[in-house]
Design a protein around this ligand. Sequence first.
Ligand code: ATP
Length: 238
Amino acid sequence: MTHATTIPHIATPGPHPTLHVEQLSRIYPSGDGQVQALAPLTHTFPPGLTAVVGPSGSGKSTLLNLLAGFDTPTTGSVRVGDTDLTALTETQRADFRLKHYGFVFQNHNLVSILTALENVEFPLTLAGVPVRERADRARALLARVGLEKRAGHLPSQLSGGEAQRVAIARALAGNPGLLLCDEPTGNLDSKTGEMVLAELQDAARQGRTVVLITHDRDIAALADHHLQVRDGVVGVVD
Ligand SMILES: Nc1ncnc2c1ncn2[C@@H]1O[C@H](COP(=O)(O)OP(=O)(O)OP(=O)(O)O)[C@@H](O)[C@H]1O
């Protein structure tokens, strides 16, 4: 499901800021001891789709939470362009996320009482985008993921794959340079999962950095870059 046409009302993605981590690590207290959930990692995430794979408990979500600034690292930093995420206050980080990050999770996390269109508009409302403009942008994004006819549907009236595509449209609403995805195809059958992946690939082709945690080898194989996590140690596969 790729759409090559220019989308009206959506700013053309320019050069997006680079995501770079330097000596990034996380140790959690565990009983009397500690667990090194992430060993020091220095890495620049290239534009395009990076799949993060690894066994359960290996540290994938820890990495994603640190990249998002949801968690505080034990050592190191997360840089988005010239901004050191770890040096920002909580409020500054929230503002920064609104501008630069989109998120897609395993459960679509759509607001159940809002329509598909309203869900996509939501981050734009938070960002203070005027009513008319945000409706136009949200419609264009829904059209882009092939759901213009579902704009008035509530999440409960959408299939799992449709809901996840709405979630991607919502994640892209603010035209972020970074898209962080945690098992977005985990609840979907393989065909629907591939449709969702196609949307993420499309977002990546526009110069975004898309980081995708997945347990699905077939999905991972379609990514541009690959990270393998084992016992908190991240290795670059390609
Ligand atoms: N808040 C926490 N407090 C203590 N230990 C934690 C915490 N969060 C994660 N861990 C531990 O850190 C390690 C990495 O966990 P993480 O959730 O990052 O793994 P994962 O690869 O995402 O696993 P899964 O594929 O099952 O989601 C595990 O040993 C986990 O038990």
